[in-house]
Design a protein around this ligand. Structure first.
Ligand SMILES: Nc1ncnc2c1ncn2[C@@H]1O[C@H](COP(=O)(O)OP(=O)(O)O)[C@@H](O)[C@H]1O
Ligand SMILES: [Mg+2]
Length: 347
């Protein structure tokens, strides 16, 4: 009966009901009191309160029910193509790209990763930008701990497991890598790292289209990609380059983020680019000196100034990205929804 009532409640983003989506567990009924747990597909779910009130109302409509308690839990669902291809304990991979450098790609990637971790997800960030591997600087980590069982151990900062191509080679060296060298380095960063059960791995890609994108996409299916761009009208061409790069590699484009909006560069270019390219607009981050100060000091904005507008904008971006991952995974054929193997395996 309770399940029947909950079958009328839609998950607003996935457009299916909670029961069909297998999101209801631990139903307890005692006299007129009903309690149950809704298992969200991400701890970064922006629609928790909407789901709560609709689920409560639906169950309260049942005859004899006087009180309803809705509890929440979350379990991120895997992009099962990943475990099908590589034996890594990573449920989803979100690549962050841009058409050109200097638009704030790394800034967006680190804040996205930290914001997801702050919401309770298990998160890693992989710095694959051979031209400027500066994730470690922005995350305030200097070096790796010693390896364990022949695997590199990612240092943890702000709850995020951090790995960088910059840890593998002296500065500047990765730049001259081509094809096979780069390919094996990128594979190593996925498989030879003791990633500890990640819900989301955020990858900071080099700008543009190149060997690194290709190597990554050939090594492992990417759940989705986001493009960072700046507000100027001229950045449409750059955004298009980024979108095309993902599309060519069969990576679903989750959307465009406009960074550095404000008096200097104006605003709106990213939104227009999203519209012109037919992809979602994921949000706008203002040009704000403290973002750079925090970045230089190894403190992403969501840590450096958690109460600021920009931190709120990064958190909203994180929720949107998490929701898109859930939607993309729900759209894949049910047969591909095998449960992820959570133990660390040997590759
Ligand atoms: N919204 C912003 N406001 C102020 N400074 C920013 C913002 N986004 C990025 N920056 C700064 O701009 C520079 C380039 O950003 P970065 O993330 O390194 O770009 P990319 O990775 O695309 O090359 C950095 O110094 C960074 O701190
Ligand atoms: Mg960068």
């Amino acid at each position: 009966m309770v399940l029947g009532a909950l079958k009328t409640v839609q998950e607003p983003e996935l457009h299916q009901d909670l029961v069909t989506l297998n999101m209801v567990k631990d139903i307890q009924i005692e006299d007129g009191s009903v309690a149950f747990t809704v298992v969200l597909t991400t701890p970064a779910c922006p629609l928790r309160s909407q789901i709560e009130s609709e689920a409560r109302a639906a169950v309260l409509r049942l005859p004899g029910v006087r009180q309803v308690e809705v509890k929440f839990d979350s379990q991120v669902r895997p992009d099962s193509r990943i475990i099908g291809k590589l034996n890594v304990p990573i449920k989803n991979i979100v690549a962050v790209g841009s058409g050109k450098g200097g638009v704030g790609k790394t800034t967006v990637a680190v804040n996205l990763a930290v914001a997801l971790a702050q919401m309770g997800a298990r998160v890693g960030i992989l710095d694959a930008d051979i031209y400027g591997p500066n994730v470690p600087i922005m995350m305030g980590v200097e070096e790796m701990p010693p390896p364990q069982n022949d695997k590199m151990v990612p240092p943890v900062a702000y709850g995020v497991q951090v790995m960088s191509i910059g840890f593998l080679v002296p500065e500047g060296e990765a730049l001259i890598w081509r094809g096979p060298m780069l390919h094996s380095a990128i594979r190593q960063l996925l498989t030879d790292v003791a990633w500890d059960n990640l819900d989301y791995l955020v990858v900071d890609l080099p700008p543009g289209t190149g060997d690194a994108q290709l190597s990554l996409a050939q090594s492992v299916p990417l759940t989705g990609g986001i493009i960072v761009t700046t507000p100027q009208a001229v950045s449409l061409a750059d955004a298009r380059r980024g979108v095309t790069a993902f599309q060519r590699l069969d990576v679903p484009v989750m959307g465009i983020v406009e960074n550095m909006a404000g008096e200097v560069f104006g605003e709106g270019g990213g939104e227009q680019a999203a519209e012109a390219l037919g992809v979602p607009f994921l949000g706008r981050i203002c040009l704000e000196p403290s973002i750079r100060e925090g970045g230089d000091a190894g403190e992403p904005a969501v840590i450096f100034q958690p109460d600021s507008d920009q931190a709120a904008a990064f958190r909203m971006l994180a929720q949107k990205v998490a929701a898109q991952v859930s939607v993309l995974n729900a759209r894949r054929p049910a047969a591909a929804q095998a449960p992820i193997k959570l133990e660390m395996g040997v590759n």
